[in-house]
Design a protein around this ligand. Structure first.
Ligand code: RP5
Length: 162
């Protein structure tokens, strides 16, 4: 059963949001990816967010850029945890996306990550961490992923230099 829904406002967000999908794939977390625009496809957004819990999704990762209303509007229509990824915009480097996503009114939370690739990676990891609280096997995979990351950090920044 699909557990995480990764939605984004445009196909142009995929280059960023693919990193969330990559992390979930690496951790063997069933997920789906969809283009759902708050502005261009509002009915699609309504259908997706309001039906997400009934379909068995447990977490939604939502990425958008510019006037990035997708995560907040999705959160307004589901009680599932929504993780927001501010996609880097051309005009304002993603500051517009970040502020659009992070400044939610009290009562409708969106867990907002960093702008761009790092945010997408961390949204995937956080989604996995949420699921891992009730899935011991996934918790083991997540801990192994973290240990491998630690193991992969070099001690010497330039080993080939004389
Ligand atoms: C937002 O507008 C999308 O999330 C995207 O980041 C941005 C630009 O979309 P496109 O014009 O590239 O489709 O809705």
């Amino acid at each position: 059963m699909t557990l995480v829904g990764i939605i984004m406002g445009s196909t142009s967000d995929w280059e960023t949001m693919r990193h969330a999908a990559d992390v979930l794939a690496a951790l063997d977390v069933p997920h789906e990816t969809r283009v759902v625009s708050a502005h261009r496809t509002p009915q699609r957004l309504y259908d997706y967010a309001s039906g997400a819990a009934a379909r068995g999704l447990k977490v939604i990762v939502a990425g958008a850029g510019g006037a990035a209303h997708l995560p907040g509007m999705a959160a307004s229509m589901t009680h599932l945890p929504v993780l927001g990824v501010p996609v880097e915009s051309k005009a304002l480097k993603g500051m517009d996306s970040l502020l659009s996503i992070v400044q939610m009114p009290g009562g409708i939370p969106v867990g907002t990550l960093a702008i761009g690739k790092a945010g997408a990676i961390n949204a995937g990891l956080l989604a996995a961490a949420i699921l891992a609280t009730s899935d011991a096997a996934l918790s083991q995979r997540l801990q192994a992923w973290r240990a491998a990351q630690t193991e992969g950090v070099a001690h010497d920044p330039a080993p080939a230099d004389p």
